[in-house]
Design a protein around this ligand. Structure first.
Ligand code: 9MR
Length: 487
């Protein structure tokens, strides 16, 4: 009894400490949530997914939490979080019987603070497995595995939506990997692991997760047979995770049918670690292909009722694992090195049924009197701002990223950038600024976190818009009433 209470108190204290550790990032994201850009509320990945009864997730590691640009995107777009490394055995039980849930607790507290659910990842895996497990005599592996699963799944009981109980169990030819668990227990280690996790947290969905099982092939056939066999034995398997680490242009055409056959067994399926790597440097044709790839994956998931959601592995190209593992490859996510959305983001929004604009009621396109940029204060002819813009367009839409450089000698504290959109363009979504109205001459207003632009510094923001054939960049930029140079 006393021990139970002490454990609970310790756990509460740890959670409080973890929650305090994320307060800074909460404050940032809180301000983002309150000052939501016009149109963003109904065009985020998560809101569109939720409207379809699904989620859209990302993977985070602890160090990501201090990156404000990353956190801004993570909290505004995603409603599911998978810890990238912090729940793996090498972190949680680095030596036999010595548990460390601090890093995982920090991420869980962050997720809870931002209304994200958590995919627990993972309990049993041949990789990131501390040496002491592989060195155990075979006769002791089962007890070590069960203790590990019970302790970790109990610690996170009620706090994870699902667990990847066994990760990557198969070789490419569909045979089981001969890792410490298989060598000690044979095929039965998988059933034992799932049963042990279920006893600890009966409400978590229990997954087997693997890569290269997205299409129909020897490996996914083996996963299918295993799933059938586990279900026939009454093992509480709940879902199959398709990691989906794709190479550009290689999303299998059989992905939907493959997901459907698992669903037909009564299992959930999830795209758990989506990315789509490109040989660098990525051309704009490559980025368009990546957009189609993302669209195809999301379309496949939407077509399968039991596909519960899609998670990308990481938030943006800057935090992706790809360049570090596949030399010469990168650009694998929906966001670029500066956390600006790429064509794959727009394609994902579209695949989820996001309007590429035109949702604003007519009352929100008022005849705002044009801001006459009458000769401005203190001007004397030399502009104190320089605007550069990059447009990325496809047949009916575009994204535009704009950078405002303060070329003057005075600090800017709070800014409004007016500019004129090409005719036929309508803003549907914006980031790092609010934009109003949605067409014609518009004004972009700073967010609380990028209001100040020191002399020599710059601020960036962007938007997504629909167009009717004219994808030209905007023109006539004025910052706080003062005309800017452009280029
Ligand atoms: O993203 C993880 C990376 O930081 C680690 O270095 C790597 C070590 O294996 O694991 C990465 O995540 C993997 C995930 O846990 C399982 N599927 C493959 C992922 C990419 O390697």
């Amino acid at each position: 009894m006393h021990t139970d209470r002490t454990d609970r108190t310790d756990r509460t204290n740890r959670r409080l400490a973890a929650a305090l550790a994320v307060i800074a990032s909460c404050a940032l994201a809180g301000s983002l949530a309150l000052v939501r850009p016009a149109g963003a509320a109904d065009t985020s990945l998560k809101q569109l997914s939720e409207a379809k009864g699904k989620y859209f997730g990302t993977a985070l590691v602890q160090s990501n939490l201090s990156n404000s640009a990353l956190v801004g995107v993570a909290t505004s777009q995603f409603d599911m979080m998978t810890p990238g490394n912090e729940m793996k055995w090498d972190t949680t039980e680095p030596s036999n019987g010595s548990f460390n849930f601090g890093p995982g607790d920090t991420l869980v507290a962050f997720a809870q603070a931002h209304s994200m659910k958590v995919r627990g990842h993972n309990l049993v895996w041949h990789s990131q497995l501390p040496g002491w497990v592989s060195s155990l005599p075979s006769s002791q592996v089962q007890a070590a595995m069960e203790t590990h699963i019970t302790t970790e799944a109990t610690h996170y009981k009620g706090e994870v939506y699902s667990w990847d109980v066994v990760n990557e169990p198969f070789n490419e030819d569909g045979t089981l990997r001969q890792d410490a668990f298989y060598n000690a227990m044979g095929t039965n280690y998988i059933a034992d692991a799932i049963r042990t996790a279920h006893a600890a947290d009966p409400n978590a969905k229990l997954y087997l997760n693997d890569y290269n099982i997205e299409g129909e092939n020897a490996k996914s056939n083996a996963m299918y047979s295993l799933a059938q066999s586990l279900l026939a034995q009454g093992v509480p398997l709940g879902g199959i995770g398709l990691e989906s680490h794709f190479i550009l242009g290689q999303v299998p055409s059989t992905m939907q049918a493959n997901m459907q056959r698992f669903a037909a067994l009564g299992l959930d399926v999830a795209v758990t670690e989506l990315d789509d790597r490109i040989q660098l440097p990525a051309s704009s044709a490559n980025l368009q292909q990546q957009a189609s790839d993302y669209s195809a994956v999301i379309g496949d998931c939407l077509a399968v009722t039991r596909c519960v959601g899609v998670s990308q592995w990481g938030v943006g190209d800057a935090d992706s694992w790809i360049p570090g593992t596949f030399s010469g490859y990168g650009a694998a996510t929906m966001y670029d090195q500066n956390y600006q959305p790429k064509p794959a983001f727009n394609a994902s929004i579209a695949a989820l049924g996001g309007s590429s604009g035109s949702t604003s009621p007519s009352s929100s396109t008022p005849s705002t009197p044009p801001t006459t940029s009458s000769s401005s204060p203190g001007g004397g002819g030399s502009a104190a701002c320089k605007v550069s813009d990059v447009v990325s367009a496809w047949n009916t839409g575009l994204t535009e990223n704009i950078t405002i450089a303060n070329t003057g000698s005075a600090a800017v504290n709070g800014w409004k950038l007016t500019f004129t959109l090409a005719s036929g363009q309508t803003v549907s979504n914006s980031w790092n600024a609010t934009i109003s109205p949605s067409s014609g001459q518009v004004t972009a207003t700073n967010m609380s976190y990028n209001a100040a632009i020191a002399p020599g510094s710059s601020a960036s923001f962007g938007f997504q818009a629909t167009h009717t054939g004219n994808a030209s960049a905007p023109s006539s930029f004025s910052l706080n009433g003062q005309v800017c140079t452009n280029g």
